[in-house]
Write a new protein. Structure first.
Length: 147
């Protein structure tokens, strides 16, 4: 799998399906993605291989007796669902996950290297506006990166 990058604007239809960007689709082997809640108000989509790696790391370091670990497991692992591309290249996003992310008609699909984010367009714009100063602070700490 190549790096999944790019920002795309697509619409969610009345059945909860989104046409997946062809540029990202060509980089994904297979016909399935795993979709789950993210930490922010969006959804994360993983290839089955990436999801297996991430979920095994989380589960391998999470004790069911630790309250914080249970929170993470219940938020990220439990709601994860397999979604399959249809013949038209669309993904049908489960209703519970659409509701969590507040997905309406206009959506943003972000390739974030090894996974994909799916945002409601208005929420993504709001997120960027609210975090503009935090982004400046975060990037200023990357002084070890040189070109």
């Amino acid at each position: 799998m190549e790096l999944l990058t790019g920002e795309y604007r697509n619409t969610l239809d009345e059945k909860g399906r989104i046409l997946f960007p062809s540029r990202l689709r060509t980089e994904i082997t297979g016909n399935v993605l795993i979709v789950t809640k993210s930490i922010d108000s969006c959804l994360w989509l993983y290839t089955p291989e990436e999801w297996k790696s991430l979920s095994e790391k989380i589960m391998g370091s999470a004790s069911p007796f630790d309250q914080k670990a249970r929170l993470v497991i219940r938020h990220l692992i439990a709601p994860a669902q397999e979604v399959e591309f249809d013949k038209a290249g669309r993904l049908s996003i489960p209703q519970s996950l659409r509701e969590y992310a507040g997905l309406s008609k206009d959506c943003v699909v972000l390739g974030v290297n090894r996974f994909i984010e799916l945002w409601d367009a208005a929420k993504y714009r709001e997120y960027n506006e609210q975090n503009e100063s935090a982004l400046i602070d975060a990037t200023s700490s990357l002084t070890d990166i040189c070109f």
